[in-house]
Design a protein around this ligand. Structure first.
Ligand code: T5A
Ligand code: NA
Length: 213
């Protein structure tokens, strides 16, 4: 039975982009808008700094600890794996998850350090595939001008340029691009429309799938 009520589920919507592109601003607004329109939705983010793995990641990002590039890559991945079953049960119960960063961040940032892209993708295989990935597109120079930039490990212009190139390699059919330099309200509206389309197809019974697909 496809398309019946039994298969109805929430959507997995991921926001991606360079540091300071506006993911947190927009994912917060999207969840509020979905709720206003009577859809159940939750805001999630990776890294999830609340778990013990997340605390190791947080310490690394704020330069309080050093880790081998492969090790931190696997920790970011483990941080998604420890949430996988909860994500699946929330989606199946009809809750839409709006996720601030996901596996694409994992691959784009680690491969910007020189790690092989296929090696970076491997530990992500089997995680839930997003129904929609919205890429907030910003030139690295513009992102660097925004508030708070420069505090964490990866917030350096040359590094962010490489990350942007890697994101381009990862783009696939579930991706939509929004100009992140537009006014916040315009981005909010575009994002809402994209998300509502996606929520509808998931309510109609689009099956869940796994990365990389
Ligand atoms: N990482 C992450 C990995 O290496 N591997 C992984 O697997 C994962 C998941 C932490 C770091 O970890 C790396 C990537 C990151 O380097 P994070 O905690 O998500 O990831 O940190 P950031 O992405 O850096 O989050 P930021 O909070 O810096 O940026 P956001 O969320 O993209 O931007 P936001 O919304 O906070 O906005 C930034 C500023 O811009 C303004 C806002 O008011 C704010 O001041 N702004 C706008 N200004 C003008 N026009 C607009 N349209 C604007 N939208 C927002
Ligand atoms: Na953020």
């Amino acid at each position: 039975l496809r398309g019946g009520k039994e298969d109805s589920r929430g959507a997995l919507v991921v926001l991606e982009g360079l540091d300071r592109c506006g993911k947190t601003t927009q994912s917060t607004r999207l969840v509020a808008n979905l709720e206003r329109l009577r859809h159940s939705a939750e805001l999630w983010r990776f890294p999830d700094r609340t778990t013990s793995v997340g605390q190791m990641i947080s310490s690394y990002l704020s330069n309080k600890s050093q880790l081998d590039d492969h090790t931190i890559h696997l920790l970011f991945s483990a941080n998604r794996w420890e949430k996988r079953s909860l994500m699946e049960s929330k989606l199946k119960s009809g809750i839409t998850l709006v996720v601030d960063r996901y596996s694409y961040s994992g691959v784009a940032f680690s491969s910007a350090k020189g790690l092989d892209i296929e090696w970076c993708k491997a530990p992500e295989i089997g995680l839930l595939a997003p129904d929609l990935v919205v890429y907030l597109d910003i030139p690295p120079e513009k992102a660097a001008e925004r508030g708070g930039y420069g505090g964490e490990r990866y917030e350096q212009l040359e590094f962010q340029k490489k990350v942007g190139q890697n994101y381009q390699v990862l783009r696939g059919p579930t991706w939509k691009i929004i100009d992140a330099c537009s006014p916040m309200e315009e981005i909010e509206e575009q994002l809402q429309n994209m998300a509502l389309d996606c929520v509808k197809t998931c309510q109609e019974g689009k099956p869940l799938s796994c990365l990389w697909s």
